[in-house]
Design a protein around this ligand. Sequence first.
Ligand SMILES: [Zn+2]
Length: 132
Amino acid sequence: MHELAICQSLISQVENIALEHQAKSVSLIVIGIGPLSGVEAQLLKNAYPVASAGSVAENTQLVIEYLPVKVKCNECGCESEALPNKLICKQCGNWQTSLLSGDELLLMSVELEKDDTLDDTANDASANANIH
Ligand SMILES: [Zn+2]
């Protein structure tokens, strides 16, 4: 369960952000996945409810964006998008390229929900209570 471990680490990042901003829940998480990251988006989606159960990120909408694969040519220096299984330079067709992006898994954005009925002081108090 590779994806479950990934979900758990994402959720702990989200929890830290929520705590920092004193949010009561998280409404939306956007994750960017590069095709060379080895992460299956569908498996990640399946693992998410299990990993987030009982956390501040429970019942959060999960949006997955696919990041492009980009390479830099070692020959002509051109930076171009490439296919995951064909990392060649678009400019000159050279196979000698360095991967710029496409193997990452990123937490791109987090939408937080705050409890507007509480004033800032009350929010502070509950955030502190959670830490200790
Ligand atoms: Zn080139």
